[in-house]
Each structure stands twice: as C-alpha cells, then as structure tokens.
Design a protein around this ligand. Sequence first.
Ligand code: IPM
Ligand code: MG
Length: 362
Amino acid sequence: MTQSFKITLLPGDGIGPEIMAVAVDVLNEIGKQSNLSFEFEEALIGGAAIDARGEPLPPETLEICKQSDAVLLAAIGGYKWDSLPRHLRPETGLLGLRAGLELFANLRPATILPQLIDASSLKREVVEGVDIMVVRELTGGIYFGQPRGIFATETGEKRGVNTMAYTESEIDRIGRVAFETARKRRQKLCSVDKANVLEVSQLWRDRMTALASEYPDVELTHLYVDNAAMQLVRNPRQFDTIVTGNLFGDILSDAAAMLTGSIGMLPSASLGSSGPGVYEPVHGSAPDIAGTDRANPLAMVLSAAMMLRYGLNQSESADRIEEAVLKVLDQDYRTGDIMSEGMTLLGCRAMGDALIQAIGGK
Ligand code: IPM
Ligand code: MG
C-alpha cells in the first residue's frame, strides 16, 4: 500500500528554488521505489513573500504549513531586503514560522565526511571522526524575551533592550529532547550556558542537572559558552550531543558547522511537541550565486532525509538518500563550494541528476 504525505515547500529566496527543485526530484524518486507518495504544496516566505504580499510570513503560509505532515524550507534573505524595517525583514518571517509552529527544538548535526575532510580549515587529525549534534532551543531566550525594543531614556538618549529569559518548563522540554537525542547517540550530553554570570543560565544549569537523574545512562557535563567555543576548535571530538539556549546555539552551531569545512552539506530539523517540523539546510540563500546553477543542493537533500527520518518515520528511505549523497561524493562529484583538485565539478542540476542515478533511477 502506498503511504501518502502532505509536504509544504518553502523555496524562499536566492538559491532556494534551485536546491528545492533537486530535493523534490530526489523525494519523488525515493517515493517511486519505496511506495511513498508526496503531495507537495508551495507557499511564500521571506523576501519572495515580501515582494508578492508585502509581508515575510503571510498568514496563509502558516496555515498551509499547519495542515501538512512536514515542511521543507530552502533559504531566505538577500541584499534587496536588508534595509527594510525589522517587521518586514525576511528573518522575521523565519522567526514567525518557528514561533507559529512552536518549533522549540532545533537539531543541527555537524558530521565530518571522510571525503571532504580536507575542506576543513582545521588539521585533519583534529577533525577526523567529528560527529556532533547541537540541540538548540529555538522559540525562547533572548530572541523572544520581553521587554525588547529601542527606547528613549529620560535624558533623551536611546537605549536598546533585549531580554534573555527561560522558564523551568521551557528548559525542561528542550532538556528532554537533548537527553533523548544523546541516548540514541553516544550517551554524552554537554549543556552550555553562562551560569558564572547570568541568573537565567543558573536556572538552566539547575534544571539540566535535575533532569539528569531521569537519564542515568546519559553522562551530563556543563561548559560555559566561552569555554565551549574554545573547546569546539581545540578538540571537537570530545563532544557528542550539545544542548544550549537560542543565542548560544545560533553561534556554536555555526562554529560546529564550519569544522566540517562545508556548510553547504549540513541539514537541520526544527521540531515541536506535536505537528509538523521544519527541515532546512543550515546555510543561507547565497544571493551572489542565485540563478547561476552553482549551488550545492546536498544540504537541502540531506534535510529531506532528516524529514523522512524525524518527521515521517521513514528511516529506511532516509538511509537511502544519505547513502546516495556519500556515493556521489565517492564518485568524486563536487559542486564549487566543496571542489578540490582532481574532482569533477558539477552544477546544481547535474548534482541532482547524479543523485537520482545513485538512488537507482534513470
Ligand atoms: C539560523 C539563522 C537565523 C537565526 C537568522 C536568519 C534569523 O542565523 O537559523 O541560525 O539567528 O536563528
Ligand atoms: Mg545562525
């Protein structure tokens, strides 16, 4: 019997539409072979939505997402919209989507692929074998805390304000996702905070420590965020799963991503406690190469694999996509961002064709 899934596609801006087209082809091919059928519906977000509707997250987009089994998002943003007021920026659409779907848990894997090890800016012996999962809290902390704004003081001077706040229940729910994630990996969880200075971090640390008693099989450690940043580039292999708040997670996940040397390879999943998750590459919209068929579609395709694994419970199909990605790399196919000597340079579409072949289609 064919299983059918409703997928919302949010191609967004820049290279978004090009890489999304590859992911859709790959999903259709996997579907044919595994008796899965995907019903795709496209919706507007980011700059594309600003141009067409005057806002970065039109209400109908959120509605379509809520009605679907999972959401695939490519990338948002570009120079064109950078100087608009904050409520009209593409990023505001993305934050609205996260909040609107209550996607409080963001999983960002950073895995070194042996084929691409020389793309890392760190020495081979430092990064070999790195396999980290960053679990970032996504709908709280300083990104959403109140009060926020730029206010006039009594002297007439302006004062910018944001608030880093977490309730116990917000910390506990991301903590549980992180402990469960670590449990399925190498049973090591490092919680990152700034408890030597911030009260919000002290509460974070207290709750993580309390939760640890529910997961005796997982080893919990704590690091201050400055030390964590240093340890990530000093000896990244010490990490298995990292759990941290929204802002620290934003920063550390970029650092972890760059260990792999190829941000164009990294997928992510944003999950709530129920309802559809959003699956998207970690990289941005690369407006400088948009429309030139030079984008790397592999992070987008690996995000589709994460969707199959975490959102649709189709881990076998997810495995097949991940294997196909390794196979095209073994065949020495590379896009420009991961190109090195002796390899064959492919454009975005041709990389898509190579993937379809690797999966066993055509
Ligand atoms: C990310 C991005 C976003 C964030 C921006 C685009 C709002 O940097 O997903 O990491 O800060 O969360
Ligand atoms: Mg970021």
